[in-house]
Design a binder for this molecule. Sequence first.
Ligand SMILES: Cc1cc2nc3c(=O)[nH]c(=O)nc-3n(C[C@H](O)[C@H](O)[C@H](O)COP(=O)(O)OP(=O)(O)OC[C@H]3O[C@@H](n4cnc5c(N)ncnc54)[C@H](O)[C@@H]3O)c2cc1C
Ligand code: SF4
Length: 432
Amino acid sequence: MTAELKPPISHQDAFLEAYRCLLCGGPLTPAPCILACPAEVDVPSFIGAISVGEPTEAAEIILSANPLGGTCARVCPTEELCEGACVLNSTRQRPVDIGRLERYAMDHAFNEGDLLVPPKPAHNGKKVAVIGAGPAGMTGAFELARLGYKVTLIDSRPATGGLVRSAIAPYRQLRDPLDQETARLWELGVEFRLDTTVDGELLKELEAACDAILLAVGMGKDATTGCKGGNLDGVLASLPFIEKIKSADLPSVGDRVAVIGGGNTAMDVARQSVRLGAKEVTVLYRRSLDEMPAYAVEYEEAIEEGVRFAWLTSPLQYHGNGRVSAIQCSRMELGEEDSSGRRKALPVDGSDFLLEVDTVIEAVGQTPRADFLAIIPGIEIQSGLIVVDPETGATSNPLYFAAGDALGGTTVVEAVRMGKVAALGINANLSE
Ligand SMILES: Cc1cc2nc3c(=O)[nH]c(=O)nc-3n(C[C@H](O)[C@H](O)[C@H](O)COP(=O)(O)OP(=O)(O)OC[C@H]3O[C@@H](n4cnc5c(N)ncnc54)[C@H](O)[C@@H]3O)c2cc1C
Ligand code: SF4
């Protein structure tokens, strides 16, 4: 359906690429690529294993630090993390292609049917419920099961993976290897309760039955601009738009698409619209390039693919007769810094203009799961995010720990890191 942005590499190319690695660092000075990886994957060791023809051993090294190693190989912003830190950058060479080598190792193991599941430990007599089977919950469940806990992983959706399955752009990852990563949890004895939304009643049951509860519920629906005309046909929210594409139900967007927002989701949605055949895709961002939160590489790739940017531009109202046909926009100017430290975008009087469009896609962030969080007794919430001890993932209610986007994370590998922290935090707490 959609070509992969980072397709697999051949055995020969993997060898050649692995030989470029200087295998930096040592026990006292870890390589910069390890330090830049939130999951602390031992990059030189796994690349070293590939270079001596041991890709399964490489996969084992990756999985020992990151149970979602196959997913991260596809979706990690490596240019900002490990590859951005690679020492080869300072010698004017391109960095080692760590992401694709990671994928090579993981694909090799999983294609051979080798799930590389660690030995199942004896049950330690304690039970933990993990609410949310996205990256944070899957990682937390894996680490807890590996430590001997009886783990129940619960999710409203019929399948694991959270936003990886439903929202991450299909040109990065459609679904694979989520099924193998899930099968590893089965093999370790994790019990699954999918298609099950935790409400107040179920929460009480879990509180009575479990020694700890890990909240890995992510964020909720798309936020909206609240512009008048938002209910016209052709005005779409980013998450359902991507989910449709991932389920091969391709939306028809017409020739002219406007994307509202300046984050990585806005870049994904714009680039996806190009792939759907739109001739003019314009991102409307109310500030300027300097303030735009999307990664530089995402912006540059969007430009290469023909996406245009309308800076200092904000939508006021959507017009149309049944279906959207134009956006009334305002030019903006930057004022004083706001509480986020960014300069406030202020409308310029009398600067309104009309932009003709066939489709508008709003990508202005997600809302917190306020209703669900409100039913949990005694947990501190700030600006919709769960407050935890960053060293342990402990919330202000001693039964509850939390991880992932619900704390303000923004990437899969960060959710993996927080899932590991919370699992170790629960273990330390229950071992006292
Ligand atoms: C459009 C988009 C593109 C992205 N692209 C990338 C990318 O390319 N690379 C990258 O690294 N990151 C990307 N991200 C971010 C990444 O997807 C998230 O950081 C990551 O998925 C967070 O994991 P999580 O487990 O915290 O939450 P989620 O993945 O959101 O999972 C939370 C799970 O909890 C479940 N849940 C919630 N409430 C309940 C309840 N009451 N009962 C039962 N289940 C419940 C939900 O159904 C969901 O499955 C993207 C995000 C978006 C929105
Ligand atoms: S920094 Fe680059 S060269 Fe050094 S170990 Fe990491 S990937 Fe290899």
